[in-house]
Write a protein that binds this ligand. Structure first.
Ligand SMILES: Cc1cc2nc3c(=O)[nH]c(=O)nc-3n(C[C@H](O)[C@H](O)[C@H](O)COP(=O)(O)O)c2cc1C
Length: 199
């Protein structure tokens, strides 16, 4: 399973912890999956319960909804100390954590570097969904939106403006490529209000 992840490339997958599921970008290095958490519920859970599943999906709306805490309809399986989403292929394993200081255009923050060494494989299969350029743009919008929330909260005006512009551009490209998900409209709306309420 791990060999499907080209080494060094970032893949958007699902991280399932004790009681949470969220998208993360993972990079494989040898037999280990590396990812970084910039705070949030999953980071807190891993500190007290360092067991997680990494699952693959080609359902971009699922990734986006989980990233934005929009309710989704999935079924979870419990295999203590692990938990995962039923039907999606993946791996599970213990996670080693290292806390580090991270600095970028959004400021200085603590980041949790996570290393998951798989202990087992999660069986599952994905529908034969083809890749669309609209999907890719929706994903980019969601990643930028979560960063925009951080930027406006911490009053990083210039960073917020750049993120907003990119969301707006990707939204219009998304429509051009035939995208018609309601989530794109919601994201554009949240981007506008995020700037308005934290000018
Ligand atoms: C596609 C996608 C990928 C993301 N990747 C990461 C990531 O690698 N690390 C991170 O800290 N947040 C990432 N985020 C943002 C988190 O999903 C978001 O901040 C979330 O609210 C925090 O998760 P949690 O509180 O449920 O743990 C990503 C969001 C999206 C939409």
């Amino acid at each position: 399973m791990l060999e499907l992840f080209n080494e060094g490339q970032v893949y958007e997958v699902l991280l399932v912890t004790h009681s949470n599921a969220t998208p993360v970008g993972v990079v494989r290095k040898g037999g280990i999956l590396n990812f970084k958490l910039f705070g949030g519920r999953s980071a807190e859970e891993l500190k007290t319960h360092p067991y997680a599943s990494i699952q693959v999906t080609n359902d971009v709306e699922l990734l986006v909804k989980l990233g934005l805490n929009i309710p989704v309809e999935v079924e979870f399986m419990d295999r203590k100390p692990y938990r995962w989403i039923k039907g999606l292929p993946g791996v599970y394993g213990e996670v080693t954590l290292v806390e580090e200081i991270h600095e970028d255009e959004l400021g200085k923050t603590t980041v949790l570097r996570c290393f998951l060494r798989p202990d087992g494989v999660i069986e599952g299969s994905l529908p034969p969904r083809p890749i669309s350029r609209a999907d890719y743009l929706l994903l980019e919008m969601a990643v930028d939106l979560t960063r925009l929330f951080v930027a406006t909260r911490s009053l990083k005006v210039e960073a917020a403006r750049k993120l907003y512009e990119r969301i707006w551009l990707n939204y219009h490209m998304y429509k051009r490529f035939g995208g018609n998900s309601e989530i794109a409209e919601k994201m554009m709306g949240w981007a506008v209000s995020s700037l308005r309420w934290n000018p």
